[in-house]
Ligand binder design. Structure first.
Ligand SMILES: Cc1cc2nc3c(=O)[nH]c(=O)nc-3n(C[C@H](O)[C@H](O)[C@H](O)COP(=O)(O)OP(=O)(O)OC[C@H]3O[C@@H](n4cnc5c(N)ncnc54)[C@H](O)[C@@H]3O)c2cc1C
Length: 539
């Protein structure tokens, strides 16, 4: 019989081994060891609250027990045990014959998981990606960070793995779709992620591990009949009576007629991410229904990781993993709300660009998260009311605002892709103060005030310090502030109906963050799966 056991606490210091877990379960349920045939860890989180004598892992476990063991377990722990269904997501393994191969646009999380499901169903998808495959992409990004030029087609935002390739690789998600979420995490583990990525509440991949995982995922999709084409940018759609019939592709970087070609297809998953501004424009020109959506703008804040550990873990700071935080402050004192996002423990603030003359910030960590500093975005939500006056009612108004801010950040950084930076004191007083001994390789002291619209600047100035002060022991005066954080979510939504298709184009399945239905690696991957399922269902 299968039972689920919740709230099993085990000391962090004692480590985790199968033997220890087995013994702890038997002890806790007062069952004989031979009654317990198997254990699957479903979830693990750390509890280091002061009420505990020592920090513990809290487990939710799936147990395989004999009938006697199960009966005793339920009697002894009625509150924490329940029947466990152990249902897993079952991808389709067949699909109706398609006249043409389906196409996936973009090899970020949404495109990769859509591609995986379509391949598993036997539909032999073609995956078009404007950027390079991950190993070449790493070289392009390395050249950008060492001031040897931006490749607008293959960079921190474009290329195999999508926007999250150079990231902390956090796997947290607010999705309630447990089955698909577990499928995504299990696939990552199959492809080389650490085992605990499948169940740890704070799991992350790390930028150093992601290339191996991405190569394995690509091989898996190819072995199932999928076909990747890198350096291929989709530049137009062919529509006949509202039905998609083809896609124009160009060899990215070679913008001439002889390098363009058309692919005939009636089915495409559009998973081009939140930075595909040129494609949004094309969709808009073609009359594909789009809608402006709320997004967020702010700064990257860098503080000392050791201080964050002390604030979050207290006396256990030296024995627990690098701590993270999530802060929110409500509107007050004529300031709007502000929240922290995409915190990277032991990470680095990075420069990102996909267009010449524009710069945005983000953060990444390696798998060890062992760097001296922590960083996080501090963001202010914005909506059409902020950009309407300047950019009108167009659904692309939010993109125009992003571009304006990124251009100003590029100029403030010295117009050579250095990140505009100052101290907290400098930020609050409109001063260019170079923070000392910091992580990012190329920063430039700047007054950041001219970069932001007034309401956003006002909110950040009023909210940053009190938010940092809630982390007891963190010295706000040692915070470095980098600008600007603009691409944490999509400013546009590509409208889709209840069959998952664009409301204006049959056969086009918008998915992922760029379509405005997801945010983050896991939720974008789940949305890609939903798009693939909808596509298969439509035939
Ligand atoms: C630096 C950074 C750090 C992040 N850290 C995290 C994190 O730790 N955890 C987390 O959950 N999320 C993180 N995110 C967010 C996360 O990466 C995104 O939510 C996620 O990647 C979105 O997935 P997607 O597939 O929808 O789009 P994307 O990942 O953006 O992928 C879209 C792909 O489409 C390609 N493309 C675009 N236009 C075209 C075209 N015309 N033709 C062909 N291909 C095209 C792009 O090159 C890109 O590879 C981070 C983002 C960034 C930028």
């Amino acid at each position: 019989m299968k039972l689920q056991l919740r709230e099993l606490a085990l000391s962090v210091q004692s480590g985790q081994s199968e033997k220890k877990l087995h013994a702890a379960v038997c002890r806790s349920l007062r069952i004989r060891p031979e009654s317990l045939h198997g254990i699957r860890i479903l979830r693990r989180s750390i509890d280091a609250r002061p009420v505990r004598k020592q920090p513990v892992y809290i487990y939710t476990l799936g147990l395989d027990l004999d009938d006697t063991g199960a009966k005793i377990a339920q009697q002894n722990a009625p509150r924490t045990t329940a029947v466990w269904d152990d249902i897993r997501y079952q991808p389709a393994t067949t699909c109706p014959a398609l006249a043409q191969r389906p196409v996936v646009i973009g090899a970020g999380p949404a495109g990769l998981w859509a591609g995986l499901l379509l391949a598993q169903a036997g539909s032999c998808p073609i995956i078009l990606e404007r950027g390079e495959m991950v190993t070449d992409r790493q070289k392009s990004v390395g050249r950008f960070w060492t001031h040897k030029g931006l490749n607008p087609e293959s960079n921190v935002l474009f290329g195999e793995g999508g926007a999250g390739m150079f990231s902390d690789g956090k796997l947290t998600s607010r999705s309630k779709d447990r089955l698909r979420q577990q499928f995504v995490l299990d696939t990552l583990v199959d492809c080389g992620a650490r085992q605990d990525a499948a169940y740890d509440a704070g799991a992350h991949l790390g930028s150093d591990r992601q290339p191996t995982i991405l190569c394995a995922l690509r091989s898996k999709i190819e072995s199932l009949g999928g076909n990747f084409r890198f350096g291929r940018r989709v530049t137009d759609l062919r529509l006949e009576s509202g039905q998609l019939t083809g896609l124009r592709i160009e060899n990215a970087g070679l913008n001439t007629a002889e390098h363009e070609t058309w692919i005939d297809t009636n089915h495409a998953v559009l998973a081009a991410g939140a930075s595909a501004r040129d494609l949004y424009q094309i969709l808009h020109d073609r009359g594909v229904p789009l809608q402006a959506k709320e997004f967020a703008i702010g700064v990257r804040v860098e503080i000392v990781q050791r201080e964050v550990n002390r604030a979050q873990w207290g006396q256990w700071a030296d024995i627990l993993e690098p701590a993270s935080f999530r802060l929110v402050r409500k509107p007050q004192d004529n300031a709007a709300s502000c929240y922290s996002f995409c915190m990277c423990p032991g990470g680095t603030v990075i420069a990102c660009a996909s267009t010449e003359g524009m710069l945005t910030t983000n953060g990444m960590s390696l798998s060890t998260r062992s760097g001296k500093y922590a960083n996080a975005a501090f963001l202010v939500p914005v909506d059409a009311a902020l950009w309407k006056k300047e950019f009108g009612d167009s659904p692309l108004g939010g993109i125009r605002l992003q571009e304006k801010i990124e251009r100003a950040a590029f100029i403030a950084g010295g117009s050579d892709y250095r990140i505009a930076a100052t101290t907290l004191n400098g930020f609050l007083n409109n001063l260019a103060e170079l923070p000392e001994g910091r992580n990012p390789a190329r920063i430039h002291a700047a007054d950041l005030s001219a970069i932001f619209p007034e309401p956003v600047l006002n909110t950040l100035k009023k909210q940053l310090r009190p938010m940092l002060q809630t982390l007891r022991g963190v010295n706000p005066n040692s915070a470095a502030i980098y600008a600007a954080e603009t691409r944490t979510s999509s400013p546009v939504r590509i409208l889709r109906n209840n069959t998952g298709q664009s409301t204006g184009v049959r056969g086009l399945f918008p998915a992922g963050e760029g379509a405005g239905y997801a945010g983050g690696i896991v939720s974008s991957a789940i949305d890609g799966m939903l798009a693939a399922e909808a596509l298969l269902q439509s035939v």
